[in-house]
Design a protein around this ligand. Structure first.
Ligand code: CO
Length: 136
């Protein structure tokens, strides 16, 4: 089941440059992590009950690098928090929703994640994420 809006992700050329805007608003970067298999550096900025995620490509062949090339910096995906990613994966599959991974797998912060193709979600890339430590 989906329980919250976990974060909104923004593709940026440079976390160091992009973070200033949010810091000027009084928000702070809680942590920066490299997610090698996604080819990104990730900065998490808590904001009320949700978060803003800045995504910086680690290399030119990273999917985020291709996104920046095609569309420039901007909103990349939104992430919904799941309390049971396997169950949500299964029911979306049954509904014919197009998922990007064959099964949920590792994401940032040790979470288990799946992605919904924008074709199945009104033109928006949607990440589903079950936080680390909540998997049975
Ligand atoms: Co994300």
């Amino acid at each position: 089941m989906i329980t919250a809006l976990d974060h909104i992700a923004i593709a940026v050329v440079s976390i160091e440059e992009a973070r200033t805007f949010y810091e000027n608003l009084g928000l702070s970067v809680a942590g920066i992590e490299e997610v090698e298999h996604e080819g990104v550096r990730v900065a998490m900025i808590p904001c009320g009950g949700s978060r803003i995620e800045l995504l910086e490509p680690l290399s030119e062949d990273s999917p985020v690098a291709r996104f920046l090339e095609r569309r420039g910096p901007g909103i990349h995906h939104l992430c919904l928090k799941s309390d049971d990613i396997d169950a949500d994966d299964c029911s979306l599959r049954e509904d014919g929703v197009e998922l990007l991974r064959e099964q949920p797998g590792p994401g940032a912060e040790g979470a288990t994640v799946q992605f919904v193709h924008p074709r199945s979600a009104g033109g928006v890339l949607v990440e589903l994420s079950e936080p680390a430590g909540s998997r049975s």
